[in-house]
Design a protein around this ligand. Sequence first.
Ligand code: URA
Length: 234
Amino acid sequence: MLRLDKYIADTGIASRKDVKAAAKRGAVTVNGVPVKDVSERIDENTARVVYCGQAVNWRKYVYVMLNKPAGYISSTEESPKTVMKLLPEEYSKMECFPCGRLDIDTVGLLIITNDGPLAHKLLSPRHHAEKTYYYRCSPDIGEAEAARLCEGVDIGDYVTKTSRVELLAGGEGYITLTEGKFHQIKRMFEAVGSGITYLKRVEFGTVTLDSSLSEGEWRELTAEELERLKKAAE
Ligand code: URA
């Protein structure tokens, strides 16, 4: 059971103060009945709440897939160029945050959620959630360098765990990791004498970036994608 003002404010559509004022005017209904006392507790799983004519869609957790463009930082800090600025304000009000970080120049799949426990599991090294990146590098690497990347390389302060590499022609390919150290892929390629020129995350914990999303576009995860993400965190 949740207080009515909290229930509405949690969705980000209005502040608790606005809800109180609207309720006084009779503009807040629960199951079709106007409720004036916003401290009333309602069943968040069954109540049908309408605020100023708008049905309120309360959810404990939300899960967004963003195709992150270059130039944005994966943070919730106050800055005009955080990935949160690419989503409607409601998501920030619902205390969403990026699940892990992509470098400012890395593009592609970023999951944004307010489900702290799930994010924690997905990022924990114990759960080995896989992340796959499409890369372009220069100079190109061959089978020998790819084998070294797969076995694990010394990136200065750390020896990476095993990974998978799929080589394509012309300095392109895919690399799949189960960890996410700072600048990890860039440092791995440097360790084998190459350099990353383009990096795009295409998969996270078996959820694939929706190819219909252009850079900067987002959508919520489908129920099926969410189920797969939860499995990846088990
Ligand atoms: N590895 C990197 O070097 N950068 C990223 O953004 C992600 C993985």
